[in-house]
Write a protein that binds this ligand. Structure first.
Ligand SMILES: *Cc1c(COP(=O)(O)O)cnc(C)c1O
Length: 490
């Protein structure tokens, strides 16, 4: 299948090319030329890996199907208990989809466990023999999930940079103890922006690209603007639907809602793509925290990033530029690349752009958006535990709060699934605060206390970390990042 750029000036012949390249040459994002229709009744009896493979194969038409299925099976065998997507019934018409049973306890594992295969096989398909070097600047979650996904993968190396003063103790412990022969983790003095801009400079430098090429290395990214990160997330929307049909919760053809805690708009966009492929979705509900730039956009039709940035207790959603929204804007403009390019240019130069009234109305047919303040997040988490005995993490609590606001307006006639994106033990201190009002500085002690109060089991991924010696302790100046990269590939 061909992939076109949202900005119109770059088309590639295959998914292999789109995934290997990551970003289109004109600065736009790659989108599939068409959305293939799938027959859901054929998926009902499939296991998760087969559903994932079936969905991927619709776009990755030139990939070897046997190898793709094996790769999906290997990736999703890393999830506990048995599937990356586990549906829990909370109440009539109300469900939680747990996407956090992977190696790093966050939903990003669903994509990052399979991305290494998509990248390597894609590069092989188009005859690229070089080693692939993945560079990641992370504020926490992505770094660890990428490290776990890429560790010991042949023909790939990965290097993660995190801000020395910008990640939680648990996230730091997760990254610095990382195993694998092809990984490197480095702390950079400063905050996330210092880290990110240093890495971006490397990506945009022709000089560095040439030097790397001489050594047989090409750069790539594991960020959600890569179609290879996005595509594996479509699978769980279908898998959830099949599960609800199989358990007689819904009938084939019934429409359902999904509520998605949103940051970069990758997860919810995958839901929209599933709908385009034929999944009966009524509304996609976009939940934001106090950084509610998306809520405002859906309500007013103007995206404006000129606003205060809040550090919240759902840090993976603290974002002012939601990169994947560009793909939705492109669809809603009737795939008008010229208009999309113009809007993205406005976003870059003046920090805002507007869509037409008609586009806004089109979006309102598919999406609903609202946000949740910090005190509401704590309150929802605590009330939900009291009422249902179910422990949410802080990101999922934002989504449940918005789900409740939606249901308050429209009632609960449509089956509604909230996507749970992280284990409560990943953001333990704030979860503990919500449940007990107690502050605990030490992350491991907080886990212990939370476990005592809630009896919710601590995942092994957390217990294993305790007492594990760090392998990576280097802290560097941001000006030394290039040297560090060159050193690593020697
Ligand atoms: C990344 C992340 C999100 C946001 O997902 P997007 O695809 O960026 O919208 C939400 N919750 C958690 C826990 C995450 O790690």
């Amino acid at each position: 299948m061909k992939f076109i750029s949202t900005r119109g000036k770059s088309t590639v012949e295959s998914a292999s090319q789109a995934i290997s390249q990551g970003l289109a040459n004109d600065g736009g994002l790659f989108v599939p030329e068409t959305f293939p229709q799938v027959d859901i009744s054929k998926m009902l009896k499939m296991d998760y890996a087969s559903i994932a493979c079936h969905v991927l194969k619709q776009f990755l038409t030139e990939y070897n199907e046997t190898a793709l299925l094996t790769a999906c099976e290997n990736a999703y065998a890393k999830f506990e208990p048995e599937s990356p997507s586990t549906v829990v019934k909370i109440d009539d018409n109300f469900y939680i989809l747990e996407l956090f049973h992977g190696p790093t306890l966050a939903f990003k594992d669903v994509a990052l466990t399979i991305l290494p295969h998509l990248l390597r096989a894609g590069a092989d398909n188009i005859g690229v023999k070089d080693e692939i070097l993945i560079l990641v600047a992370t504020s926490g979650d992505t770094g660890k999930a990428a490290l776990e996904g890429f560790k010991n993968q042949k023909g790939i190396k990965i290097m993660v940079f995190y801000p020395s003063e910008g990640v939680s103790d648990m996230q730091k412990a997760q990254m610095t103890t990382q195993e694998g022969d092809n990984v490197n983790v480095v702390a950079v003095k400063g905050n996330f922006d210092d880290c990110q801009s240093a890495v971006k400079t490397i990506f945009s430098s022709k000089d560095i690209a040439n030097k790397l090429k001489e050594k047989g290395v090409i750069l790539s990214s594991a960020n959600s603007i890569n179609f290879g990160r996005l595509a594996p997330q479509i699978g769980y929307y279908f898998a959830t639907y099949c599960m609800l049909v199989n358990q007689n919760e819904i009938n084939m053809g019934d429409k359902i809602n999904f509520v998605v805690p949103t940051g970069n708009f990758g997860n919810i966009l995958a839901g929209y793509y599933a709908k385009k492929m034929g999944l009966p979705i009524d509304k996609l509900i976009c939940a934001s925290n106090s950084n509610n730039v998306l809520t405002e956009f859906f309500v007013s039709g103007t995206y404006d990033k000129n606003r205060e940035f809040f550090k919240t207790m759902s840090p993976s959603m603290d974002i002012l530029i939601s990169s994947n929204l560009e793909r939705l804007i492109f669809e809603m403009s009737g795939r008008n690349a010229e208009i999309t390019a113009k809007r993205m240019e406005e976003l870059k130069t003046v920090g805002k752009y507007s869509i037409t009234k008609q586009e806004k109305e089109e979006i309102a047919k598919e999406f609903y958006a609202d946000y949740c303040e910090e005190d509401e997040c704590l309150e929802t988490l605590s009330e939900f535990f009291d009422e249902f005995g179910y422990l949410l993490d802080t990101h999922t609590s934002v989504a449940v709060n918005v789900a409740e606001k939606y249901i308050g307006q429209k009632g609960l006639n449509t089956p509604t699934v909230v996507l749970s994106t992280a284990s409560p033990y990943k953001f333990t201190q704030n979860v503990l605060k919500a449940i007990s009002g107690k502050h605990e500085k030490d992350a491991f002690k907080a886990c212990q206390k939370l476990n005592e109060i809630t009896a919710c089991p601590i995942p092994v991924q957390i217990t294993e970390l305790k007492g594990k010696a760090p392998r990576f302790t280097k802290v560097i100046d941001k000006n030394d990042i290039v040297n560090e990269v060159m050193d690593f590939i020697k």
